[in-house]
Write a protein that binds this ligand. Structure first.
Ligand code: IMP
Ligand code: MG
Length: 187
């Protein structure tokens, strides 16, 4: 796979920080309702892309939460998804009999979420639900849908709000799409 990370690009704004914050308030309300009977919710972030989303989301959840993380293999420096998902870092805690919410940044082909859900379901949580900030339904290959989605977006490569391109731009407070500039931009 070619490494395209050295091509110049600009970032066209797509979702503002304000828009994201407002949507997270709605999502948090739905999650609180779904888990109103639980004494503790285990919120599992998929590293690294979900770290900003999970930080904002748990602060809107007025309930007892535990935060844990799973890290899966990533794209490397390319924009291509890989169908083979590996677990690089597993949960620290036991989730048997617990209420679990998996937090993903983007559901793209769906292979990552499908793999993680399969793994966590095998550990017999009491309830297992998923939330994704972004969804690119047109890219789906695996049969998986998050229980809650922040925004459906077209097939564009996006960065910001925790999401990277070759480890860059995770610290942007908004989400924007990557647009290549310069020679060969249209190829
Ligand atoms: P999957 O194809 O659904 O397995 O997506 C795997 C991962 O690819 C997501 O969790 C994201 O971290 C990453 N990803 C998918 N689309 C984008 C994008 O547009 N920008 C940056 N990362 C992405
Ligand atoms: Mg990810």
């Amino acid at each position: 796979m070619p490494d395209t990370a050295d091509k110049p690009y600009v970032i066209d704004p797509m979702l503002s920080a304000k828009t994201i914050a407002a949507r997270i308030e709605d999502l948090a309300r739905a999650i609180r309702a779904e888990f109103s009977g639980s004494d503790k919710l285990v919120v599992v972030g998929l590293l690294r892309g979900s770290f900003v989303f999970i930080a904002d989301l748990v602060r809107e959840l007025d309930m007892n939460v535990e935060v844990d993380f799973v890290e899966t293999s990533s794209y490397g420096n390319t924009m291509e998804s890989s169908r083979e998902v590996r677990i690089l870092k597993d949960l620290r805690g036991d989730i048997a009999g617990r209420d679990v919410l998996v937090v993903e940044d983007i559901v793209d082909t769906g292979h990552t979420l499908a793999h993680v859900l399969h793994l966590l379901a095998s550990r017999h949580p009491r309830k297992l639900r998923t939330i994704a900030l972004l969804d690119k339904p047109s890219r789906r290959e695996a049969d998986v849908t998050a229980d809650w989605t922040g925004f459906e977006i077209p097939d564009e490569f996006v960065v910001g709000y925790g999401i990277d391109y070759a480890q860059r731009n995770r610290n942007l407070p908004f989400i924007g799409k990557v647009r290549f500039t310069g020679a060969g931009a249209a190829e």
